[in-house]
Design a binder for this molecule. Structure first.
Ligand code: PMV
Length: 317
């Protein structure tokens, strides 16, 4: 057994689902991209005492950590056991710029950074398939029935067109326009909303699967609009996807209000992003100026933070 180095780090980043959330759990495609403005870094070093976690949520001994961190404790135990290493005497510091439970992939990004940090600490090779297997273990605990998109995009450098069980397609978001991301400040409820959609599928299978397949078709059309640089079409498809997500009962009054605000101030399209019931919404604009104006309006109407992300072609303007 090698002696572990004094310390090692692992990193990852947040993500934004442009189209396809919820439907992706049922085998429909989704489009998501890495959101580098919100990085996560995890540092692991040796300690003489019991394994500790230091994060903005919780600081203390891992074995006393709250249930909301059980995905991370299971991950640490599983990896240490698989690598025949002790899970004692690790000091794990989590520094995350991703607001938690906002549909920005916080749990998957933290898990990705943790897997990377542990493998680096124990000086073991880590390929992508192994990384995703471990992040999927963590995500099952955090989300119940994850599609796997968060795990893939928080560790990816490129936007993805993802369909469960199919090869991932890298998708260039080289479309002119600006995306605003606005945080409602309300914790999203991905675990609950995914479970509620499953209940709706059981209770009303035909109607609910029709909505899910509609979201899939909108996502497929969005991919074509992106490839053809049809910004207006993409905007319309985003707003239609929001209507479908409302029919799945995963929106809420705050998200609807911010979507309406963006649309009434000239956004080309707007929708919730991620699990819903809080979390974040996104809106598409033609120009950076329009994105600034709408972003200010969203803050006036209750958003607690906004980010503006150029979608490619206008990046250097
Ligand atoms: O809320 P987030 O960032 O975890 O996104 C969840 C996306 C869903 O499609 C609702 C669930 C999933 O596993 O894909």
């Amino acid at each position: 057994m090698k002696t572990p180095p004094e310390q090692a780090t692992g990193s990852a980043h947040g993500k934004i689902i442009l189209m396809g959330e919820h439907a992706v759990v049922y085998g429909e495609p989704a489009i998501a991209f890495p959101f580098k403005a919100t990085p996560v870094k995890i540092e692991i070093r040796q300690t003489d005492s019991l394994t500790h976690i230091a994060s903005s949520y919780y600081q203390g001994v891992l074995s006393n950590a709250p249930r909301s961190l059980s995905n991370l404790s299971v991950l640490i135990e599983t990896i240490c056991s698989d690598l025949h290493q002790s899970s004692n005497h690790l000091f794990v510091t989590i520094t995350s710029f991703i607001p938690a439970e906002r549909g920005m992939g916080s749990s998957a990004a933290v898990a990705t950074a943790l897997v990377r940090a542990l493998f680096s600490y124990f000086d073991q090779p880590l390929d992508r398939a192994k990384l995703l297997d471990y992040v999927d273990i963590s995500e099952k605990i955090a989300h119940g029935n994850p599609s796997g998109i968060d795990a893939r995009v928080t560790s990816s450098e490129s936007p993805l067109f993802y369909k469960k069980g199919s090869a991932i397609e890298l998708l260039s978001l080289n479309i002119s326009g600006y995306l605003i991301l606005a945080d409602t400040g309300v914790k999203g409820q991905t675990l609950q909303s995914v479970a509620d959609v499953a209940d709706q599928v059981n209770a009303l299978p035909e109607e609910t699967m029709a909505i899910i397949s509609q979201i899939g078709q909108l996502t497929q059309k969005a991919k074509e609009a992106i490839l053809k640089n049809q910004r207006e079409t993409l905007g319309v498809l985003m707003t239609q996807a929001h209507v479908s997500l409302r029919q799945l009962n995963v929106s809420n009054a705050v998200l609807d209000h911010l979507v309406d605000t963006a649309l009434s101030h000239g956004a080309l399209g707007a929708k919730l992003t991620g699990g819903g019931r809080g979390g974040c919404m996104i809106a598409l604009t033609e120009t950076e100026k329009a994105a600034d104006t709408i972003s200010n309006k969203l803050m006036e109407k209750g958003a607690v933070a906004t980010w503006i992300h150029p979608l490619g072609a206008d990046i250097n303007e």
